[in-house]
Design a protein around this ligand. Structure first.
Ligand code: ADP
Ligand code: MG
Length: 248
């Protein structure tokens, strides 16, 4: 196997000193598609942010061979009330690399047009993003990722609340990235889709349950274990609402 794109070494990520992800060691294979799966609150989004070095409190290490990382946050985290066109939103994918005067060049404009066509949005260039459906807006965000030309693409629940036609079209974009030897890591909820389309998986329940070939990682035993771990932390959360009287 080639060198992994990402190596997590005993990684713990905390918020206000409360660990959301504990002691995770795992390798993400380069030029492959890996799904991150786990119950709500399992730390999946936190792990993705840590892969970019965006998590504030980290112990352990993230080793990466990536030169450029593209990241798609969960849609709920994105504000699109600002009236900006589809074309300009996509072009912003290049923002960090515009020339000396901070303006887009001919090649940037050409690539933006190409990316809009690749996600099936030709004709929508001048539309304001606040008028788009959830699925259309996700297509815009994928076009912007295309422009980033990253070798590591991190997607946080790219298909949550997205219609099936859009899911199918955007899966083709993900496969194209894989064919271009880019590494794709996606947080996903649809286990059937993961089994069908993602050869590698990482199952997280604050701790690592398993990481490796999807058929093994998503075994009934592992999924039961992940659920039991989630119930344990839910119980703990409920207990914390009760005033602590143990020391009295
Ligand atoms: P998932 O994406 O698997 O649903 P998250 O990574 O979003 O899980 O959250 C894991 C845990 O960390 C949860 O208990 C969540 O409440 C907590 N958490 C997430 N983000 C923050 C934050 N910015 N501040 C404090 N706690 C957070
Ligand atoms: Mg999340």
């Amino acid at each position: 196997m080639s060198a992994p794109a990402l190596k997590l070494v005993n990684l713990t990520v905390s918020y206000d000193r409360h660990p959301a992800v504990h002691h995770v060691s795992a390798e993400i294979p380069a030029a492959e598609m890996t799904a991150i799966v786990g119950p709500n609150g399992a730390g999946k989004s936190t792990l993705l942010k840590a892969m970019m070095g965006l998590a504030p409190q980290m112990e352990g290490r993230v080793e990466s061979t990536a030169r450029r990382i593209a990241y798609l946050p969960q849609q709920a985290e994105i504000d699109r009330s600002f009236p900006i066109s589809v074309f300009d939103t996509v072009l912003l994918g290049r923002w960090g690399r515009f020339g000396g005067f901070g303006a887009a060049g001919r090649a940037d404009i050409h690539d933006a047009q190409h990316a809009i066509e690749a996600v099936g949005l030709a004709g929508f260039e001048r539309r304001s993003i606040d008028t788009l459906s959830v699925g259309q807006f996700q297509r815009v965000l994928f076009a912007r990722l295309l422009l980033q030309d990253a070798d590591l693409v991190l997607l946080d629940e790219p298909f949550a609340a997205i219609d099936s036609k859009t899911v199918a079209d955007l899966m083709r974009v993900i496969e194209r990235w894989r064919d271009e030897k880019r590494t794709v890591v996606a947080v996903l909820h649809d286990l059937d889709q993961v089994k069908r389309e993602f050869p590698h998986a990482l199952l997280l329940a604050r701790e690592l349950v398993d990481c490796g070939p999807t058929a093994r990682v998503l075994s009934p035993e592992n999924l039961l274990r992940a659920r039991a771990m989630a119930e344990a932390w839910d119980d703990h959360a409920a207990a914390c609402d009760v005033p602590m009287r143990l020391s009295a």
